[in-house]
Ligand binder design. Structure first.
Ligand SMILES: Cc1cc2nc3c(=O)[nH]c(=O)nc-3n(C[C@H](O)[C@H](O)[C@H](O)COP(=O)(O)O)c2cc1C
Length: 324
């Protein structure tokens, strides 16, 4: 492990108001969502492929850098920020994006759909940490062996590319062989869930679905309405849309013409043209089982404040119970 990893982990523990990464979400996350998350004392993030071009990604990174500098100059203490990057071989923007990551230096680079090895040297070179998004024990071991500073364990119930494992089993097993930062995600949508994840042995929580309806995201009104209306049974996990197991709002799948037999099928995997032919994320909407906690289009700051309040309340409740 390099010197960079413990320093990032220590800084995050010290500075965060809540141990939460507002998770990267394709065609949902924006620089504004990232910045508002940071300002609220959480870790904001962005998948690089949300920018239509690398020129737009540069504009976004400039906005993030400038606004965080202004916030700090005014005495604010931002949580931190992360960029997630596709390391799959079919993603042809990777080399250019890697150069930009070195230039703009997010605190954390999360690698998705491939080995974290592809970014380790460069990110450690500027003092950042590399977290690998993993969905199986095998991938967790491989990423740990490759030298990742953190593992993001995406568990059952997560929105977007979802996992099949129970967080109870996954966190405990990974803890047996991994000493770095463990992030756990999957249907964690309230402060109680964040505390529960810490009790399980995780250091941070990956929370996506809870923030989708916030006005700072790039979703349309139809998607926002479905998020507010849906409850847990309004999401379905299937490989039929992208070829990878993903969790979607059932109402949007039905509206796009999916019937039961198509939902049971498997589509071909292809990340070569994420803004061209890959329409699913535009009219078929991703969400996880934690959707039931979304009742309004509250702002990121309001959602963060609610989560922090819930977390503190439940912590106090548990401490009182332990004393009694
Ligand atoms: C609409 C949507 C899009 C997502 N897109 C991405 C993505 O582009 N890259 C990625 O690594 N994870 C993506 N995810 C997964 C999230 O980063 C995270 O693992 C998940 O949201 C955590 O579970 P939760 O939604 O139940 O909180 C997406 C999730 C959702 C809901």
């Amino acid at each position: 492990m390099t010197l960079a990893a413990p320093s990032i982990a220590e800084r995050l523990r010290r500075d965060l108001k809540l141990p939460v990464i507002v998770a990267p979400m394709f065609l949902v996350s924006t620089p504004k969502l990232l910045l508002e998350s940071c300002k609220a004392g959480l870790i904001g993030s962005l998948p690089t492929q949300n920018a239509r071009t690398t020129a737009q990604l540069r504009e976004w990174f400039n906005e993030i850098r400038d606004e965080l500098a202004t916030f700090r100059a005014a005495g604010g203490k931002p949580g931190g920020w992360a960029a997630s990057v596709l390391v799959h071989n079919s993603y042809d923007r990777f080399p250019e994006e890697l150069e930009m990551l070195q230039e703009y230096q997010p605190d954390i680079v999360v690698t998705a759909l491939g080995s974290p090895k592809r970014v380790l040297k460069e990110v450690h070179g500027y003092g950042g940490a590399v977290f690998a998004d993993v969905m199986s024990l095998e991938h967790a071991r491989k990423a740990a062996d490759a030298g990742a500073d953190g593992l993001v364990l995406v568990c059952h119930g997560a929105g977007g590319h979802t996992g099949a494992n129970s967080p109870f089993a996954f966190v405990s097993e990974v803890r047996r062989f991994f000493k770095g930062t463990i992030v756990v995600g999957g249907a964690i949508s309230d402060g109680r869930g964040v505390l529960a994840a810490e009790v399980l042995g995780a250091d941070l929580v990956y929370m996506g679905t809870r923030f989708i309806a916030c006005p700072e995201t790039m979703i349309n009104d139809d998607y926002r309405r479905m998020m507010i209306d849906a409850r847990m049974d309004g999401v379905v996990a299937t490989k039929s849309v992208t070829g990878v197991q993903c969790s979607w709002l059932k109402e949007s799948l039905i509206a796009a013409g999916f019937d039961d037999s198509r939902i049971a099928s498997t589509a071909k995997i292809d990340f070569s043209d994420v803004h061209g032919e890959l329409k699913p994320w535009k009219n078929i909407y991703g969400a996880g089982q934690g959707v039931g906690q979304v009742d309004s289009a509250a702002t990121t700051a309001e959602v963060a404040a609610q989560l922090i309040g819930e977390y503190r309340e439940v912590s106090a409740e548990l401490m009182a119970r332990a004393r009694a």
